[in-house]
Design a protein around this ligand. Structure first.
Ligand code: IDC
Length: 335
């Protein structure tokens, strides 16, 4: 259900209810204004659906940052506020690479990266937005590679945010050349660490082949509730066959989130395919699937939503947006 469609009475009731019971460290603004979190509260997973605190189907949608180590400037209150108020988004994803240059497990400044994550969570919380903390597994391929670091990171984050119902944990962005069994083993170590601190947290689990093989999760689901399985697509590369897989897994009862996608090719660059992108949009809306767009930066590549010569952190004009930026902002605003 969309924020805009709520009556004022429902918004006020939701705000009052949440005022009475939500965590005192969440700001007054997020509790008393008709923010996404004030209206929808703690999310959970019911069958294949993500639902809000009223049990209504709920869709998260918004931008994913680029790697926060490389583009830290976009992790700021004004940018998030603009994305919420002007682009009508309800969620932000904080992508923290683990293996790439400057990554959390490959020489990056751990304290600085954690500060960026914490700042990002604080800004989203003050604004009443949902926020995804993304452990951005990519070129290490197997999430078991940095399992111990992941365990320590999620122990710290989930104990800090145990009472923050707007925080969602994504434990491995895109395993690749890795079996579902390895991801399963990893998830069975990390999920209990998070749940020990925050028993109801919604957790996103990546799937094999850069989060395309959600069918593996359907065949052998993890034995926890409140999980979403990640399907990622890049519209110029991934077409009908992956949409068919997504639809058949959803109709078979698998809870799916598109926690990352772009409308160019899988390199994050190259041509943008609007025709395929529109088909993905139609399928996502048909099933109310949550969707987070890659990426919030002005890097000179097609998947960046801001043009390379624009250094504004918010308030972009259409001319300052890339083709993907224009396409996605239109979709968000139509929600
Ligand atoms: C890409 C970035 C690019 C960066 C590269 C690092 O767009 O600037 O140099 O990562 O390896 C994914 C990943 C995401 C990728 C993106 C595009 O989750 O990190 O970002 N992509 O390749 N999966 C499929 C595509």
């Amino acid at each position: 259900m969309k924020l805009k469609k709520f009556s004022l009475a429902a918004i006020l009731t939701a705000s009052i209810l949440l005022c009475g019971c939500s965590n005192s460290s969440q700001t007054e603004a997020s509790k008393t204004e008709a923010t996404p979190f004030a209206v929808h509260g703690a999310l959970s997973v019911n069958g294949a659906d993500l639902v809000d605190s009223n049990g209504e189907k709920f869709q998260l949608y918004g931008m994913s940052t680029h790697g926060i180590a490389w583009f830290p400037d976009y992790v700021n209150y004004d940018t998030f506020e603009y994305l919420k108020n002007d682009w009508n988004t309800n969620c932000i994803r904080l992508a923290m690479y683990t293996h790439e240059t400057g990554g959390y497990c490959s020489g990056g400044d751990k304290e600085q990266l954690k500060t960026l994550v914490k700042n990002g969570v604080d800004y989203a919380t003050q604004l009443g937005m949902y926020v995804i903390v993304d452990w951005h597994v990519l070129n290490e391929k197997n999430p078991l590679t940095y399992k111990d670091e992941a365990a320590a990171f999620f122990e710290e984050m989930s104990s800090l945010y145990a009472d923050y119902d707007n925080v969602i944990y994504e434990i491995c962005n895109e395993p690749n050349s890795t079996s579902w069994d390895d991801i399963y083993t990893y998830a069975n170590e990390i999920i209990p660490i998070i749940r020990n601190n925050d028993s109801n947290a919604v957790i996103i689990v990546g799937t094999p082949t850069w989060s395309q093989d959600i069918n593996n999760a359907l065949d052998k689901p993890l034995e926890y509730d409140n999980l979403l399985y990640a399907l990622h697509f890049y519209a110029a590369t991934h077409t009908d066959w992956l949409r068919q897989r997504m639809e058949s897994c959803i109709t078979s009862g698998l809870p799916v989130i598109v926690s990352e996608f772009g409308i160019c090719d899988a390199s994050g660059n190259g041509n943008v395919d609007i025709e395929q992108a529109d088909k993905w949009k139609e399928l996502i809306e048909k099933y109310n699937i949550s969707y987070m767009c890659w990426n919030l930066s002005n890097k000179d590549e097609s998947s960046s939503i801001i043009t390379a010569d624009c250094t504004k952190l918010y308030g972009w004009t259409d001319e300052e947006l890339s083709t993907e930026g224009k396409w996605i902002s239109k979709w968000f605003k139509s929600e």
